[in-house]
Design a binder for this molecule. Structure first.
Ligand SMILES: [Zn+2]
Length: 613
């Protein structure tokens, strides 16, 4: 009889769900005693193949500009096997060691993915069919980094900085997290890359910046470093004064401090979102100015609203948890509080995505979604008052919650009464698109399914989350989408108002193609005819998200009516931006948008007024 072998240390380690790995805490310009500030983060444990290649990420160290393959990198299996120079933050070694670059990129992508999966309580497939996201740490010789759905991956550039040193975007914590967040948001809300309204265009950037910044702030190493300031970093006495934890002082030390440290060389790539949003003074009128209708600048308003809400919650927490007249606070505790709040806030905003409408997002919708998602799992907000801080901050920037719920909480309203459940099977509804479609179809009047619009259930996903107080919240999140192509007459009937000038353009297009048909021979008249059917129609998009509770009852319904008055605003915006053309859909525009945005960001970050995606 075989005896069972005792577990050796290695197999115990292999069984733990996460393991530690060394990364650059922010970017190589953030230094202490001339060493790069490093951090150890947790990533899911897995046996990596050379590349490194794991179950969700594949590092391909190919340089497309120079057409050089830097080889497959074999990563150390634990922090104990890492070269000592890595954790020590030796600048020379870190900047020239491509094996470390591969580890840094792999680890931050995996950490971000794990962060989203933890918050949402499920696996998140990428927006494309393959399981592994390709990541090129030295993909292009360019001051750029971008997510490309077509390439199914992330490309990080490198360039010669002003000082003559080579700058690697793959070594920047916030750039790697930012790009990964684009990929994850695209996986969760596939229509958010379409042009729709100023807020939606800004949201992809603003949200990716927020998750990236909160990820940086959730490392106590970084926060402590910022709080101590340049002059006190070597001191043994590590306290901050009461004045240093006021809102104004934390804003200066943490937000401006990080922005300053981030280093000028990368400003072009990152578009200075932190620096610029930290400098802005809250003003509800800013959002209506021409300057802040431009997507990058508008994204900064979102970043400012979240980050200043964060600072308020942090300052309050430190002061309230101390003694009444306490004069000094241990820096480690203040940093830990800041890191905890950043982490909780990141969870809140990631969970919010499940509660956002599938199309035409506005910042007020995002806020209502965040307030709802957070309340569901963390009903008691007294510890950090995060919901209150977020709400106050967004309102100060002119973005009140979209929900008009009577209790004033800003959470989404309950769904319409009288929904029918008797013909569907809830077990199937947890994963089956057809079953969910049947539910929607059975309730088509109440759920605003419009005649003449095509409806499709985009996704049905289970979600299991554990609140900080230990109870489990089980939900099913289903998204459906409606699209209609209407002629001017049909738009009028549906009470959708398109800009008058646009309607004149349609009339002219129809007239000139009618003339063309008349002039054409019999052979191609049929083909011409078919394209004309499209030419005088305008695509309209709508849909909703449905959140079912664990008993299969709808808790929330967040709709965007395909024929509703929101469409008027959207058509006006698209027309003014020059995107709306008769007969054209918007999927064509999706392909290049993000990489274009990032290029614009790099080269003309302040002048991209007429951004065409
Ligand atoms: Zn971006």
């Amino acid at each position: 009889m075989a005896t069972q072998k005792p577990l050796n240390n290695e197999s115990v380690v292999a069984r733990t769900p996460t393991r530690q790995i060394t990364v650059v805490a922010q970017d190589p310009s953030v230094r202490r005693d001339s060493k790069i500030v490093m951090a150890r983060i947790d990533v899911p444990t897995e046996d990596l193949a050379a590349g490194p290649m794991g179950y969700r990420v594949q590092v391909v160290d190919f340089d497309a500009t120079r057409r050089v393959f830097h080889g497959e990198h074999d990563l150390p299996t634990s922090v104990d096997h890492e070269p000592k120079t890595w954790h020590a933050g030796d600048p020379q070694k870190i900047e020239t060691d491509f094996r470390f670059h591969a580890q840094n990129t792999y680890a931050l992508v995996m950490k971000t993915l794990a962060r989203f999966e933890f918050a949402l309580g499920r696996r998140i497939p990428w927006s494309f069919r393959t399981h592994q996201l390709k990541v090129a740490p030295h993909g292009v010789a360019d001051a750029n980094a971008f997510y490309s759905p077509e390439a199914e991956g992330l490309v990080f550039g490198y360039f010669e900085g002003a000082s003559g040193d080579r700058v690697f975007t793959c070594l920047s914590h916030d750039i790697v997290v930012h790009e990964t967040t684009h990929a994850l948001l695209d996986a969760l809300r596939e229509r958010y890359m379409d042009p729709s309204n100023p807020d939606q265009a800004a949201f992809h950037e603003g949200f990716s910046d927020v998750i990236a910044l909160l990820s940086v702030f959730s490392q106590p190493e970084v926060v402590e470093h910022l709080l101590l300031g340049e002059h006190k970093r070597g001191a043994t006495e590590r306290f901050v004064t009461r004045a240093q934890v006021s809102v104004a002082a934390l804003r200066k030390s943490a937000l401006f401090g990080l922005a300053d440290q981030m280093g000028g060389e990368l400003e072009g790539v990152r578009g200075k979102p932190l620096r610029q949003s930290a400098e802005l003074q809250a003003d509800p009128k800013l959002k209506d100015t021409d300057e802040f209708l431009e997507p990058h600048r508008r994204g900064e308003l979102f970043v400012a609203a979240v980050m200043l809400g964060f600072i308020n919650a942090w300052s309050r927490r430190v002061l309230e948890s101390g003694l009444e007249n306490q004069k000094a606070f241990p820096v480690r505790r203040v940093a830990q509080d800041g890191a905890d709040i950043a982490d909780t806030l990141a969870t809140m905003w990631i969970r919010a995505v499940d509660y956002m409408p599938p199309v035409h997002l506005r910042f007020g919708d995002a806020l209502s979604a965040a307030l709802t998602a957070d309340w569901e799992v963390r009903p008691d907000d007294s510890r950090y008052e995060l919901r209150k801080c977020m709400r106050n901050s967004f309102e100060a920037w002119g973005f009140p919650p979209s929900s008009k719920r009577e209790d004033g909480s800003g959470r989404w309203e309950p769904p319409p009464d009288g929904l029918k459940y008797d013909r569907v099977r809830f077990e199937s509804m947890k994963s089956d698109r057809d079953e969910v479609f049947r539910f929607i179809w059975d309730n088509r009047d109440k759920l605003q399914l419009r005649d003449g619009a095509y409806t499709e259930v985009l996704s049905v996903r289970p979600s299991t989350r554990i609140g900080i107080d230990g109870f489990v919240v089980r939900e099913t999140v289903a998204q459906y989408y409606q699209v209609a192509r209407l002629t001017p007459g049909e738009m009028k009937e549906a009470k959708v108002k398109a800009p008058a000038e646009y309607l004149r353009t349609i009339a002219q297009t129809v007239k000139s193609s009618a003339a063309a048909i008349e002039g054409a021979g019999d052979d191609d008249s049929h083909a011409q005819d078919l394209s004309d059917v499209e030419a005088d129609t305008t695509p309209l998009y709508g849909g909703a998200v449905l959140i079912f509770n664990e008993y299969g009852i709808v808790k929330y319904w967040v709709p965007n009516d395909v024929f509703g008055k929101d469409q008027n605003e959207r058509l006006k915006y698209l027309w003014e931006e020059g995107i709306l053309q008769p007969g054209r859909g918007s999927t064509r525009l999706r392909a290049t948008r993000l990489s274009t945005l990032h290029r614009l960001r790099a080269f003309h970050s302040r002048v991209a007024q007429k951004d065409r995606w």
